[in-house]
Design a protein around this ligand. Structure first.
Ligand code: GLY
Length: 380
């Protein structure tokens, strides 16, 4: 059991990161295990709040304050609230389904811990904006691009399951069922189409936006259309679990279990997944530690929901392997090196990632506090 040391090391690294970045934003992934300022893009200055991964940094600060209540972590976490409020109010880079990732970890905690009304208002505004991406005939929330983009029209991705908690929370906090209904329908479409018969998953899937007919699956970040992108399979475990926990719909629990058993069966002996699960040691491919960390969080919820201790044991084995063989050290400002963002684009390969760091810290916190309620499960 190496958790206490792992937590101390992770918080030490997060301290270095937060000393360096304050209220500005590190890039999606590190370079040689140190983060650089977020590159300027889409009209947003260097270090600004743009793209889908900025909330993982304040998300980690909120987690750190729970691991170390005597620390000053939440002072800095709160200092990020205005940036996320400005982003949604100013409609800055919000044409994406990733509003769930962005607002569940930045503003929802400020409502949960501080009852900050401005945080709640802006997080509900983000949920409202997410609903503008619903394609009514298909019952899905389009992932990427403008709704009339010919390439992206009708496409949803497995990662989106993690964006649904913002909608469940919005229904709980406002009393308006429309958010929950949209999330439930979207998750049901993924349940029915994105999981293959052998319990592996497509990364992305297309529906006809006019008729709603399911069309075909393919990949964006995996090795092949019919392969199993490791992070996608992990999003499936945790994402279907969260949709089950919010709705009580047992079919989502069954989907999470299918994704989990397949993920476990495709893990290499040392428990750290290759970035695509078609690979084995013989292929010489990189690992995706972030997929491991996401899976740990989902497996712990799955173990609690099913009472099956083997899922907890598997989660602990993966977490131990991450702590022992992947965790950052020394001058690193990433908590969890060795993830892969997008091998197909040679982006963030064998580096730390904002999301990998976040889910690693969440996994450590969960291990320390068995009954802990995650921000993904905020209900009011
Ligand atoms: N949600 C994007 C990714 O997992 O890379």
């Amino acid at each position: 059991m190496i958790t206490a040391t792992a937590v101390t090391a992770a918080l030490g690294t997060l301290r270095q990161l937060s000393d360096e970045f304050g209220t500005s934003y590190p890039d999606d992934t590190s370079v040689d295990n140190r983060y650089r300022p977020r590159l300027a893009r889409r009209g947003v200055e260097e270090g600004g709040n743009v793209d889908w991964t900025t909330s993982f940094y304040p998300g980690m600060l909120w987690l750190a304050g729970q691991l170390e209540p005597e620390g000053d972590w939440w002072t800095l976490a709160r200092a990020h609230v205005p940036s996320f409020v400005r982003r949604i109010d100013g409609h800055i880079d919000v044409e994406t389904h990733d509003l769930g990732f962005l607002y569940t970890l930045s503003l929802v905690p400020a409502w949960v811990h501080d009852a900050d009304p401005e945080a709640r208002r802006a997080a509900v505004a983000a949920a409202d904006h997410l609903l503008t991406r619903v394609l009514p005939a298909a019952g899905i929330i389009q992932a990427w691009g403008d709704l009339d983009n010919p390439v992206e029209r009708g496409r949803a991705i497995i990662d989106s399951l993690m964006n649904m908690p913002l909608l469940y929370w919005a229904s709980a906090t406002t009393g308006d069922d429309k958010y929950r209904a949209a999330a439930h329908r979207h998750a049901a479409q993924l349940r029915d189409n994105i999981i293959r018969d052998d319990d592996t998953t497509f990364h992305t899937f297309y529906w006809d936006p006019t008729t709603g007919e399911p069309l075909r699956g393919d990949t964006a970040q995996g090795a092949a259309d019919d392969s199993t992108w490791a992070r996608g399979q992990a999003w499936g475990i945790y994402g279907f679990m969260l949709n089950f926990l919010h709705t009580g719909d047992e079919t989502f629990l069954a989907s999470a279990e299918r994704c989990a058993t397949r993920f476990i069966s495709l893990l290499p002996e040392d428990k750290v997944p290759y970035w695509d699960m078609i690979f084995t040691a013989a292929d010489g491919q990189e690992r995706d530690s972030s997929a491991g960390a996401i899976a740990v969080c989902g497996l712990l919820d799955l173990a609690a929901a099913t009472g099956k201790s083997e899922y907890r044991e598997e989660a602990m084995a993966i977490l131990d392997a991450l702590a022992a063989t992947c965790a950052g050290s020394g001058e690193d400002t990433t908590l969890l090196p060795h993830s892969v963002y997008n091998k197909n684009h040679d982006a963030g390969v064998d580096e730390g990632s904002m999301w990998g760091d976040y889910f690693y810290l969440e996994a450590l916190l969960r291990r320390e506090n068995a009954g802990w309620t995650s921000y993904w499960m905020a209900r009011a």
